[in-house]
Design a protein around this ligand. Structure first.
Ligand SMILES: *[C@@H]1O[C@H](CO)[C@@H](O)[C@H](O)[C@H]1NC(C)=O
Ligand SMILES: *[C@@H]1O[C@H](CO)[C@@H](O)[C@H](O)[C@H]1NC(C)=O
Ligand SMILES: *[C@@H]1O[C@H](CO)[C@@H](O)[C@H](O)[C@H]1NC(C)=O
Ligand SMILES: *[C@@H]1O[C@H](CO)[C@@H](O)[C@H](O)[C@H]1NC(C)=O
Ligand SMILES: *[C@@H]1O[C@H](CO)[C@@H](O)[C@H](O)[C@H]1NC(C)=O
Ligand SMILES: *[C@@H]1O[C@H](CO)[C@@H](O)[C@H](O)[C@H]1NC(C)=O
Ligand SMILES: *[C@@H]1O[C@H](CO)[C@@H](O)[C@H](O)[C@H]1NC(C)=O
Ligand SMILES: *[C@@H]1O[C@H](CO)[C@@H](O)[C@H](O)[C@H]1NC(C)=O
Ligand SMILES: *[C@@H]1O[C@H](CO)[C@@H](O)[C@H](O)[C@H]1NC(C)=O
Ligand SMILES: *[C@@H]1O[C@H](CO)[C@@H](O)[C@H](O)[C@H]1NC(C)=O
Length: 432
């Protein structure tokens, strides 16, 4: 009889695979939520298989090898198996141990009358009002607003000025410790916004600005199949997101070595395939700044740094020894009288650092040139948006830094560098 009862209890508990947490049904350490379509699971886990460091995380339910893509209490584990994830009557999610010591709680902005938490098919854990229709805009809280180290399809990274959110990805400290490391990924909203990978306060890599189709410095985006990318830049938000067709499972992660990588799930081999990562080559590391200002980096050249036309090495002696970090200086001062300077086009570039650049979405390329010529401090201009024949204008008024060129003609963009008329025809003779 007792055995029958136990069997009944077991089969009953298996039958009630659920995707929601209510006030009467919190989630205990030995339970999991499974998204409706069975893609994601959410529950307690230990990264080091110990019993005394338990985190609430999200993983792919069907994958044999567990990949954690989101962690709620990444800084405060529960120290034994008595942890419970529950929802308060105002709608806050709370992780507490047996003695009700709270180790984590979600920051609520609005109160919900009859709150439930639900794990959606996208992997988003949301809090909503059970009585309201579950329209997407009505989530009182969503895990997607607080990413860990991984960006999933449908998630937005970047800044929401209205909701006061700044969604960044921060790497785990180590394989066994999900607490934040100094490596993080964010959208830099200054100037013409760019993606930035940082190590503490240091820039490590930048994507270049969004050009309507992709980031100026990530040409590989062109080869992606089954993806849609979106970049929103307005008064309310500056965010980046992507979607994939249902047959494609992809994630973007900052890993423990500070590498930003996009992976695709390969069903047949049951493995993640890294299809793109930073660093691609030496040109990309901003901590090193291999080429300095007004020099372009081309990893296929030797030496890889070259002054752009109209510029010469700032420190010729160092340059001779292939130390190009001081960069280059103008051969001839700009005249700066309206219209007398000219422009040299550098094709296939990852546009120079745009954190100090300014953008006028309404100007054409011709208008952009006029604007640059009429401003003595303007050093270069480029088209902001390459879609539909092109529109918008980026103006640089500072040094041109972190400039690189791509060898493939279909990559990169034209950068118009301002030069004194006399430097327009000349070609810089290479120092070897
Ligand atoms: C679990 O940990 C909490 C907090 O340290 C402690 O109060 C509680 O007694 C522990 N429970 C068990 C069963 O070990
Ligand atoms: C936790 O609760 C248990 C009984 O529920 C009690 O024996 C123990 O002292 C408590 N521990 C702490 C740290 O409060
Ligand atoms: C967003 O957060 C990152 C990392 O803390 C920070 O460097 C950046 O300045 C923040 N952006 C805004 C707009 O607050
Ligand atoms: C992805 O899909 C969601 C939900 O349908 C939508 O809100 C979002 O705008 C889409 N993003 C892209 C990049 O297509
Ligand atoms: C991408 O966007 C197009 C046009 O809006 C849509 O037809 C297509 O289904 C989207 N694909 C994905 C993978 O979201
Ligand atoms: C991070 O990713 C890079 C590139 O895929 C890889 O070489 C490196 O081993 C990874 N580091 C860790 C700690 O997984
Ligand atoms: C942007 O301007 C600030 C202040 O003038 C300067 O310190 C910084 O180096 C500039 N950044 C770039 C990328 O030019
Ligand atoms: C840009 O053009 C739009 C429509 O043509 C107009 O509403 C807007 O005010 C213009 N913005 C600027 C900064 O001139
Ligand atoms: C330069 O010329 C343009 C068009 O010819 C004019 O709009 C602008 O005001 C002039 N700027 C200066 C500084 O003279
Ligand atoms: C250049 O890029 C395009 C688009 O990705 C690709 O089709 C072509 O094969 C590339 N050419 C070279 C020489 O790599």
């Amino acid at each position: 009889m007792a055995i029958l009862l136990i069997l009944l209890v077991i089969s009953f508990s298996q039958a009630i695979a659920r995707d929601t947490i209510t006030q009467t049904k919190p989630l205990a350490d030995n339970e999991i939520l499974i998204s409706g379509d069975g893609t994601y699971a959410l529950g307690f886990f230990s990264p080091d298989n110990s019993k005394n460091r338990r985190y609430v995380g999200l993983w792919y339910y069907k994958h044999k090898e567990r990949t954690i893509v989101w962690v709620a209490n990444r800084e405060n584990p529960v120290t034994n198996s008595t942890g419970v994830l529950s929802i308060s009557n105002e709608g806050s999610l709370v992780i507490a141990n047996q003695n009700s010591t709270v180790v984590w709680s979600s920051r609520m902005t609005t109160n919900v009358r009859n709150p439930v938490a639900q794990l959606l098919n996208t992997g988003n854990l949301v809090v909503r009002d059970a009585d309201a229709d579950d329209g997407i805009s009505t989530y009182a809280w969503q895990g997607f607003d607080y990413p860990t180290d991984t960006m999933l399809a449908g998630m937005k990274v970047g800044v929401d000025f209205v909701k006061r959110l700044n969604r960044t990805l921060t790497a785990w400290t180590s394989d066994s410790d999900p607490s934040p490391s100094p490596y993080y990924f964010m959208i830099d909203v200054r100037g013409d916004p760019e993606e930035l990978l940082c190590e503490g306060s240091k820039k490590v890599w930048r994507s270049g600005p969004w050009n309507g189709i992709r980031y100026s410095g990530i040409p590989a985006t062109l080869t992606y199949i089954g993806f849609n990318f979106s970049f929103i830049n307005n008064e309310q938000e500056i965010t980046y997101s992507y979607n994939t067709s249902s047959s494609v499972l992809s994630k973007l992660t900052v890993n423990q070595s500070g590498v930003l990588q996009r992976s695709l799930w390969v069903e047949d081999s049951g493995m993640w395939n890294v299809i793109w990562y930073w660093p691609i080559d030496q040109c990309d590391d901003m901590r090193v700044r291999p080429c300095g200002p007004f020099a372009a980096c081309n990893p296929n050249n030797s030496p890889m740094c070259d002054c752009i036309q109209g510029f010469k090495p700032k420190s010729p002696a160092k340059w001779l020894y292939r130390d190009a970090m001081d960069g280059c200086v103008r051969k001839t001062k700009l005249d700066c009288k309206n219209g007398t300077d000219g422009f040299h086009v550098i094709s296939n570039t990852k546009l120079a650092d745009t954190s100090n650049a300014s953008v006028d979405k309404n100007l054409s390329l011709v208008g952009c040139k006029t604007k640059c010529l009429s401003d003595c401090s303007c050093t270069a201009y480029a088209q902001a948006d390459v879609l539909n024949g092109g529109s918008g204008c980026i103006i640089w008024t500072s040094e041109l830094t972190d400039l690189r060129v791509f060898i493939n003609d279909s990559y990169g963009q034209d950068l118009y560098v301002r030069l004194a008329a006399i430097d327009l025809g000349t070609v810089y003779s290479q120092y070897v």
